[in-house]
Design a protein around this ligand. Structure first.
Ligand code: SF4
Length: 406
């Protein structure tokens, strides 16, 4: 049973895996990663999306490698990114014919920083064993790590059937859901052992076992963490669109991270049509930041607003400041180490405005409905200025930038 956890448990100690220059596990900070949804054979589109994801904060980016054309494109994508100054480890996502693509395209095998293998469609019996083995041998030859990524949408059916049969013949049968969870865990562990038997060292193996239901994900990863010290990649698969995907992913991964489980995370959001793919990176960063594991951007504390904030100045200012900070972070982070721990408050009225603003590094209390149209600004807990007139928002943005420069 879960115990009440009032603070994160110590990180589970895992075997660290270098993915390109990024350390996953072994006590390293939890890594944010994401995946493109472009056709990898479309080099221009894939380069643009990988660069955008990396700019947004994705520390590793996975790309689909599903056919000869996409495998042939991979080294060009890596080179083009390097010319743009984008040095981010690329992971190849392989299914079914990954062994063949890697064998036929050695430049692709070399350009990738990691290979993802799905044991549900490459692994376990006879012919499939050989395919799994071929990918692992390629990884050994090129000195690359692999992620053994089980997904219950493509779970090995032979393994599941065998466990179901064994369960039926046992004295105290488990539920079908429990057997499925066990099959997912075993699929990951057995595949990890097979990779080791072939000769891949433990510091080259990451495990994942993705499901789409929150309680299943928690149960599966708690079990994986008990039975193995290999690095774990967390992700709720098919999490869904918009707030549903964000809430489900955050709930599941938040509980696991709180228990010290998880070395890298991906938030799998279904993008709205024409939506921004980088949203999933932002959500992953916000999850890690709000839980206190990492700092990525200054925190903007804003009140929710209420009947005392009938103008939209307050919401617009809070959104603009958050956007400004996020956009400028790559530059500021290089110039001003530690800037990400800055706290900015944007408050809607006098009720909680001055108090919250004083707790921030820099904060503003905007005038609520019926209040004198002036906005006190607090810096380091002291009232530093009072802004008035139509340019309050712009003036405050300038003060935030000046504060950071100072
Ligand atoms: Fe409403 Fe003022 Fe509280 Fe904001 S600080 S929620 S505007 S009462």
């Amino acid at each position: 049973m879960f115990e009440f956890l009032d603070r994160p448990l110590e990180r589970r100690i895992t075997v660290g895996v270098k993915v390109g220059d990024v350390m996953v596990g072994g006590g390293a900070p939890v890594v944010v990663q994401s995946m493109t949804n472009t056709d990898t054979a479309d080099i221009d589109a894939t380069v643009a999306q990988v660069a955008a994801l990396h700019r947004a904060g994705s520390e590793i980016v996975r790309i689909t490698v599903d056919r000869d054309e996409s495998a042939a494109a991979v080294p060009h994508i890596r080179d083009r990114l390097a010319r743009l100054g984008t040095h981010v480890p690329l992971v190849g996502d392989f299914h079914y014919i990954g062994h063949k693509l890697l064998a036929d395209h050695p430049a692709c095998a070399e350009a990738l920083a990691k290979y993802r293998i799905n044991p549900g469609n490459v692994g376990f019996k006879d012919k499939k064993d050989k395919q799994f083995g071929a990918i692992v041998e390629t990884a050994i030859r090129h000195d690359k790590p692999v992620r053994i990524g089980v997904n219950w949408g493509s779970l090995d059916q032979e393994l599941l059937t065998r466990l179901m049969d064994e369960n039926q013949n046992s004295g105290s049968p488990l539920t079908a859901q429990e057997v499925t969870r066990e099959a997912i865990v075993q699929s990951a562990l057995i595949s990890g052992e097979m990779a080791e038997e072939i000769g891949l060292s433990r510091d080259k193996i990451i495990l994942s076992a993705k499901v789409s239901q929150v309680q299943d994900l928690i149960a599966v990863y708690v079990e994986l963490a008990k039975r193995s010290n290999l690095a774990l990649h967390l992700g709720l698969t098919e999490a869904g669109m918009g707030s549903k995907g964000i809430v489900a992913s955050s709930a599941a991964m938040g509980i696991l991270l709180q228990q010290g489980i998880g070395d890298t995370i991906r938030i799998s959001l279904t993008p709205e049509p024409g939506g921004d793919r980088t949203r999933e990176v932002q959500v992953a960063q916000e999850l890690l930041q709000t839980m206190g594991f990492r700092q990525f951007v200054p925190i903007v504390a804003a009140c929710p607003g209420c009947g005392r904030t009938t103008s939209t100045v307050f919401q617009e200012l809070a959104a603009t400041i958050q956007e400004d900070l996020r956009r400028n972070m790559p530059v500021w982070r290089e110039k001003y180490p530690g800037v990400e721990v800055l706290k900015v408050a944007v408050m809607g009225c006098i009720v909680n405005g001055p108090g919250e603003s004083k707790h921030a590094d820099i904060g503003i209390s905007l005038p609520g409905t019926g209040e004198t149209p002036s906005a006190p600004v607090f810096i380091d807990g002291q009232k530093a200025a009072t802004l008035r007139g139509p340019n309050i928002a712009k003036d405050f943005q300038g003060m935030v930038a000046d504060y950071i420069e100072r």
